[in-house]
Design a protein around this ligand. Structure first.
Ligand SMILES: Cc1cc2nc3c(=O)[nH]c(=O)nc-3n(C[C@H](O)[C@H](O)[C@H](O)COP(=O)(O)OP(=O)(O)OC[C@H]3O[C@@H](n4cnc5c(N)ncnc54)[C@H](O)[C@@H]3O)c2cc1C
Length: 440
């Protein structure tokens, strides 16, 4: 089945992408569609840029690989096909007292896609990346072989496939270790902070005692208020008292695509000021259902449409050490002075648990993530941010990227050549060709 409906979440780049579906984990790998030259697995298209796209190639849609294989409710070990969504895992395991060990900010991603980007969550400082909790996977290669990969068996191929951007073959099933919980709720504190210095202090004070920490920041604030925002820290709880934010399951959608981006200097300034002032007290505590806590954006369907037909670019970098903190300040000043960015700006400190993937993005340091409407100026601005990231030995997240240069990629991911040795000869992606100059 060929069609052209495969896009990424940022809706940039916009390409006519052909794809076909794999129906069953025992099926053989298909040949690329006629007139195309390579294959790439496609999860649920929640990557922002082009890691899930393959211009001139064929994507293999994995969403019909949506079956659970086994689940042990005593040990929390789950094996499922790679196209199972995190939302489906949560539906199965939360009522049985288990939770995802690591979750990104949307539950509408497949476990195969999450593994291929080695995703991180608000608990990175405690739990590391998703790959730290993967016990085994099966990899289907274009020579027809099926490789069982674990941290001990085919260990190199395992390390290449975790965070391997879909390039080492197609993952048919994944086995992960879940995390025990007492119920679906969390106790959350939201603390207002006045500037970056306070953010770093709050992180240092919170990371030992709170499993989840993350901050929203106002990217328009300048001077003494640079980096002001709201710091959220939370733990799972079995207490049912004072539940103020239940999961109402309500879902609204952006009903149409506006002809231009609704995010501009003016809307951004007003929204950010409103959001920062909305919490009047310094600190606010509530008990909250896991869905609004982990996935607030999932309640607004197609929110990416607010950026208009040109789409948006997301930028997420990690900046290590003290120098990274100074560079973060420069980046935020650059963004505030241009009035660019969006209201979705996140700051978090990554911990030092090592990521198991050769190309995994997280490493110790502060990580900043924000969206930019796709305007003519944004590419120059992002090149500037890249230069700052390179300067301190940081990295930019491929899952969010659509434009980083080969030079940047190769400096962010020094093991890329070793990784290239594990790439399946029939597989490629728009991202990979851009950052390596590979022709396939
Ligand atoms: C609102 C929102 C919030 C987000 N928050 C976070 C966050 O907090 N942390 C974070 O880390 N990320 C975050 N992301 C990014 C998202 O989690 C990742 O991009 C994720 O990998 C998307 O999964 P997907 O199933 O949509 O896969 P796709 O985007 O379709 O594909 C992602 C990669 O996986 C590969 N792939 C897919 N299936 C397979 C398979 N079966 N075998 C081999 N390779 C495969 C693809 O080739 C591609 O390289 C967020 C995204 C959104 C939209």
């Amino acid at each position: 089945m060929a069609d052209t409906l495969y896009t990424s979440w940022g809706r940039f780049p916009q390409i006519a992408q052909q794809g076909l579906r794999l129906a069953w984990r025992g099926d053989e790998l298909p040949e690329p569609l006629e007139g195309t030259s390579s294959l790439l697995p496609y999860g649920n298209g929640r990557s922002y840029g082009d890691v899930c796209l393959n211009r001139g190639g064929t994507v293999i849609d994995t969403r019909s690989l949506n079956r659970f294989v086994s689940f042990d409710a005593e040990t929390g070990v789950l094996r499922c096909e790679s196209g199972v969504l995190l939302s489906q895992i949560l539906e199965l395991c939360v009522p049985k007292g288990w939770f995802l060990p690591v979750s990104p900010g949307t539950r509408y991603v497949t476990i195969g896609g999450a593994l291929a980007n080695d995703v991180h969550g608000k608990n990175h400082h405690k739990a590391g990346t998703l790959g730290c909790h993967v016990r085994a996977l099966e990899l289907l290669r274009s020579d027809g072989s099926r490789q069982l990969c674990t941290p001990d068996e085919n260990a190199d191929l395992f390390a290449a496939t975790i965070g391997g951007l879909g390039l080492t073959g197609l993952v048919t099933w994944v086995e992960i270790a879940l995390r025990k919980i007492d119920g679906p709720l969390l106790r959350e504190e939201s603390i207002k902070f006045a500037n970056l210095q306070e953010f770093f202090r709050l992180s240092e004070l919170s990371d030992a005692d709170y499993e989840y920490t993350v901050a929203w920041i106002d990217c328009i604030a300048k001077g003494a208020s640079l980096g002001r925002g709201l710091f959220a820290r939370a733990n799972h709880t079995d207490s049912k008292s004072q539940v103020v934010d239940v999961d109402r399951g309500a879902r609204v959608s952006v009903p149409f695509q506006p002809p231009f981006s609704l995010i501009n200097r003016l809307s951004l300034k007003s929204f950010n000021a409103f959001w920062y002032m909305r919490q009047r007290q310094k600190q606010h505590t509530r008990t909250i259902h896991h869905r609004p806590f982990f996935y607030p954006l999932d309640t607004i369907g197609d929110w990416n449409h607010i950026y208009g037909p040109r789409g948006m670019l997301q930028y997420q970098c990690v900046l290590p050490g003290e120098d990274g903190r100074a560079v973060l300040r420069n980046m935020l000043s650059d963004i505030a002075s241009k009035g660019s960015g969006s209201f979705l700006v996140v700051l978090k400190i990554f911990g030092d648990r090592e990521s198991p993937g050769m190309l995994s993005f997280p490493r110790p340091g502060v990580t900043l993530a924000l969206d930019f409407p796709n305007t003519p100026d944004v590419f120059r601005q992002l090149d500037r941010l890249d230069a700052m990231t390179r300067e301190v030995g940081g990295a930019v997240y491929p899952a969010k990227d659509a434009r980083m240069s080969a030079e940047s990629f190769q400096s962010y991911f020094p093991r890329w050549k070793e990784f290239a040795g594990f790439v399946d000869p029939a597989f490629s992606s728009s991202f990979w060709r851009r950052v390596t100059g590979d022709k396939l």
